[in-house]
Design a protein around this ligand. Structure first.
Ligand code: GDP
Length: 425
C-alpha cells in the first residue's frame, strides 16, 4: 500500500519526524516533488540530521530511498548529504534515482540569486537553491533529464541551445558573466559519473514493489499553502505540494494512495514572505520562536528565524481538505506547555465578514484573525505515551482543533524523537 506524509500549512510541520517514525514499517520511501530548498529535521539514535534531498526514511537498514521524477535533483547536494549521514554513523543507504528526474544545474542556483537580487525588497524570500528557475526550464522544455546524461550528442546540442537562451538574460537583464557550453558539458559529465549506479526506471520499480505487497511512503516537502495552484500564490513553491501529485511525481496510479497523513503543527510558523493571518510579533513571538520545534524555530536550510503565530483552523482545515487527509498527525504540542491561555484562530474577518473558508491571496491579505482562547495545561507533556494521560486541557485543545478542522487527529507528537508519539484511534 501507499501512504503519503504531507504538510497542511507552510511547511516545517514536522513531516520529517513522522516519516522517520512511519518508515520503521515501510519498505520504500519516495520524495516526489520539491528539491533541496527545504529541510526536514530528524532526531534519532544516530543523532540530529537536517535532510534536504534524501527521504526521511533513510536511517533504517531495511528501507530503499527513492528520488522520484517529480524532484528537482541537485546531484552534488544529494551525494554530499549521503556522505554526511554516513560520516555520522548511518549505514550506507540504498538509493534509487528516477531516470526521469530532472537536474538542478549550477546556473539555476545563480539565476535564483540574481532574480532575488534584482527584485530587492520585493523578493520572494527564496532559499536560492535554484528551484524556481529549474521548474521554469522544466516546463519550457529546456531542462536536463537524468536519462539524457547518457546521450552525449543530445547534450552537445542542448548545452549550446541553453546557453543561447540563458546568455540573453545574463547579459541584458542581470549583467552577469555568460555561460559556456563546454562548462555545462563538464558539469553534466560529472553528474553522470556520480549518479549512474543509482539510475532506475522508478515507476516500473514501484509497480513491481506494489505487486509484491510492499509498503511505500511518499514524503512531501512544504505544505498545502505553498502549493502553486492551491497555496498563497505567488508566495508559493514551484512544484505541487499535495498528496495527489505523489502519483505523478513517483509514477504510480492515484488509487494506490490509500492513506494521507497530513502533518499539522500545534501552532503556526512560516519561513519567507506571504500573508500569515495568525502571526504574532514582539516578545510573545520571540518566546514561542525560542521554545518552538527542537531548539527554536529557525529554518533547517537557511537558519533564518521563522515567523510564528497561533494555530490557524481556517488555513489548516483548508490545508487538510486539499491534501485529501485520512489522518492528521498533530505535532510539537509539548512546546505549548508554558502558556496560561492559548489563542486559536477560528475564523477570518475580511472587511467585516467572518469566514472559515480560506480565501484567495488578495482577500487573504485583508483577513484579520478571529481568536478563541483556550486554557493552557501548564506542564511538560513529553514522555506521555497514552492519550488519556494527557492533561485535560491539553486533550480539550486537541479535541477543539479536531472539531474545527474536521479531520481526525490520530497521532500526537510530544517531542522531537521517534518515540515521542501518542497514537489515538
Ligand atoms: P518538516 O520540514 O515538516 O520535516 O519540519 P522541520 O524539520 O523543518 O521542523 C520541525 C522541527 O520540529 C524539527 O526541529 C523537529 O525536530 C521538531 N519536532 C518535530 N516534532 C516535534 C515535537 O513533537 N515536539 C518538538 N518539541 N519538536 C518536534
Amino acid at each position: 500500500m501507499v501512504k503519503a506524509v504531507v504538510g497542511a500549512n507552510w511547511g516545517d510541520e514536522g513531516k520529517g519526524k513522522i516519516t522517520d517514525m512511519l518508515a520503521e514499517h515501510a519498505d520504500i520511501i519516495v520524495r516526489f516533488q520539491g528539491g533541496a530548498n527545504a529541510g526536514h529535521t530528524i532526531k534519532n539514535h544516530y543523532g540530529k540530521f537536517s535532510l534536504h534531498t534524501l527521504p526521511s526514511g533513510v536511517f533504517y537498514g531495511h528501507t530503499t530511498s527513492v528520488i522520484g521524477n517529480g524532484v528537482a535533483l541537485d546531484i552534488r547536494k544529494l551525494f554530499q548529504e549521503v556522505g554526511s549521514i554516513v560520516k555520522q554513523g548511518v549505514p550506507q543507504p540504498q538509493i534509487l534515482v528516477s531516470d526521469r528526474a530532472q537536474i538542478v544545474m549550477s546556473y539555476h542556483v545563480l539565476f535564483d540569486q540574481y532574480e532575488e537580487e534584482r527584485l530587492g525588497s520585493k523578493s520572494f524570500g527564496s532559499t536560492k537553491s535554484g528551484i524556481a528557475p529549474f521548474f521554469s526550464d522544466k516546463y519550457a522544455k529546456i531542462g536536463f533529464q537524468v536519462s539524457e546524461l547518457f546521450d552525449e550528442d543530445l547534450l552537445l546540442e542542448k548545452t549550446v541551445r541553453v546557453c543561447e537562451i540563458k546568455n540573453v538574460q545574463l547579459e541584458h537583464l542581470y549583467h552577469k558573466p555568460l555561460l559556456k557550453a563546454d562548462d555545462l558539458m563538464t558539469e553534466l559529465q560529472e553528474y553522470r559519473q556520480m549518479v549512474e549506479p543509482y539510475v532506475t526506471d522508478v515507476s516500473a520499480y514501484l509497480h513491481q514493489a506494489l505487486k509484491e505487497g510492499k509498503t511505500v511512503l511518499l514524503e512531501g516537502q512544504l505544505g498545502t499553502l505553498r502549493d502553486p495552484d492551491h497555496g498563497i500564490y505567488p508566495m508559493v513553491t514551484s512544484s505541487p505540494t499535495l498528496a495527489g501529485y505523489g502519483a505523478i511525481g513517483a509514477g504510480i496510479p492515484p488509487y494506490e494512495i490509500q492513506q494521507v497523513i497530513t502533518v499539522c503543527k500545534a501552532y503556526s510558523s512560516q519561513v519567507g514572505a506571504g500573508a500569515f493571518v495568525s502571526e504574532i510579533f514582539g516578545d510573545e513571538a520571540d518566546e514561542l520562536r525560542n521554545r518552538g520545534g527542537d531548539g527554536g524555530e529557525y529554518g533547517a536550510t537557511t537558519g533564518r528565524p521563522r515567523r510564528v503565530g497561533w494555530f490557524d483552523c481556517v488555513a489548516s482545515k483548508y490545508g487538510c481538505r486539499l491534501q485529501g487527509t485520512t489522518d492528521v498527525a498533530f505535532t510539537v504540542l509539548d512546546v505549548l506547555g508554558y502558556l496560561d491561555e492559548i489563542p486559536v484562530c477560528v475564523g477570518y474577518d475580511i472587511e467585516g465578514e467572518i469566514t472559515t473558508e480560506f480565501p484567495t491571496t488578495a482577500k487573504l491579505q485583508k483577513a484579520k484573525a478571529v481568536y478563541k482562547k483556550l486554557p493552557g495545561w501548564k506542564c511538560d507533556i513529553t514522555g506521555i505515551k497514552k492519550y488519556e494521560e494527557l492533561p485535560e486541557n491539553c486533550r480539550k485543545y486537541i479535541e477543539f482543533i479536531e472539531s474545527q478542522i474536521e479531520y481526525p487527529i490520530t497521532m500526537i507528537s510530544n517531542g522531537p524523537s521517534r518515540t515521542d508519539i501518542i497514537k489515538r484511534q
